[in-house]
Design a protein. Structure first.
Lengths: 94, 194
């Protein structure tokens, strides 16, 4: 999405696809924003999500848009897989 | 079966009209959710292999349920996603152990292919927590018409010692998709991205 390119530029050449989700909902709807590593989608310690919501939004003629960024992966991550230290950073996947 | 399942719920949505326009064919998506006992609730365990094995079982079971709800053959599925909500005595890493190491292989086996990463989300929450399952095209993550999400919720789950595990499958993208980008007939299907 166009928004993704602006985000990548600000973060300094992030290569991975920006994980996303969308829904239609009323005021107070909760949104789980999926989170992955910015340089390599397969980094397993960084598969995560953050729940956000605003009690009075979105109203009928509004859109609630959320971007999430982190400075680390999950706490006590220990399910193996590709590690952040192993990123090649070429294809956005590994 | 390693998983101790309390309940399985299946959700099927079919959108026929949007903004007073016919959606033809209707977009359809299904989610299957299992509520299981968390064998590691309330204690720290370095070894999460028990949950990984449960993930492998649920990958097959829930994908088969979702595909059956859609009434399609596995290979006709277009997009997919996965998510888990851990009850209050569990750890976010318990959701990771179920979702990431072993769940994907049986999902792809049921669907025939699946070159793209299965988009996911996870959280901890109480009974009635809302879980958004992200959706992306199963063979090419950049197919723009198929970036979506499906919300599921069970009023009585997850209890404190339970985990709610969800898999969503569709046979279509968003209703009236029109923001350009890679389309599904342009998929090369080699790298999982395009």
């Amino acid at each position: 999405m166009p928004g993704g390119y602006a985000m990548r530029e600000l973060l300094g050449g992030a290569k991975a696809i920006v994980a996303s989700t969308k829904k239609v909902g009323g005021p107070g709807t909760r949104l789980d924003v999926p989170v992955t590593h910015i340089h390599a989608s397969y980094v397993r310690s960084h598969f995560d999500a953050m729940e956000v919501g605003v009690n009075d939004a979105p109203r009928a003629d509004e859109i609630l848009l959320a971007l999430v960024m982190t400075t680390g992966g999950r706490i006590h991550a220990r399910v193996g897989g590709l590690k952040a230290g192993e990123i090649k950073g070429e294809d956005g996947l590994r | 079966m390693k998983a101790r399942i309390r309940k399985i719920a299946t959700f099927l949505e079919e959108t026929q009209r949007e903004m007073d326009r016919q959606v033809s064919p209707p977009t359809r998506r299904a989610a299957a959710v299992a509520v299981i006992e968390n064998p590691l609730a309330g204690r720290y365990s370095e070894d999460l292999s028990e949950l990984m094995a449960i993930g492998e079982e649920l990958g097959e079971l829930l994908t088969a349920r979702a595909v059956a709800a859609l009434g399609i053959a596995g290979p006709s599925a277009e997009s997919y996603g996965k998510a888990a909500a851990v009850g209050e005595n569990g750890e976010l890493e318990h959701a990771a152990a179920i979702l990431h190491p072993k769940l994907g292989t049986p999902v792809r086996r049921v669907l025939g292919k699946g070159a793209a990463l299965i988009p996911s989300s996870k959280k901890r929450g109480g009974m009635g927590v809302v879980l958004d399952i992200p959706l992306g095209h199963k063979d090419a993550a950049f197919v723009r018409s198929h970036f979506d999400g499906m919300e599921v919720r069970l009023n009585d789950a997850p209890r404190a010692n339970e985990i709610m595990v969800a898999i969503a499958v569709t046979d279509s993208g968003r209703p009236l998709a029109r923001v350009g980008g890679l389309t599904k007939d342009q998929i090369k299907g080699e790298d999982g991205l395009r």
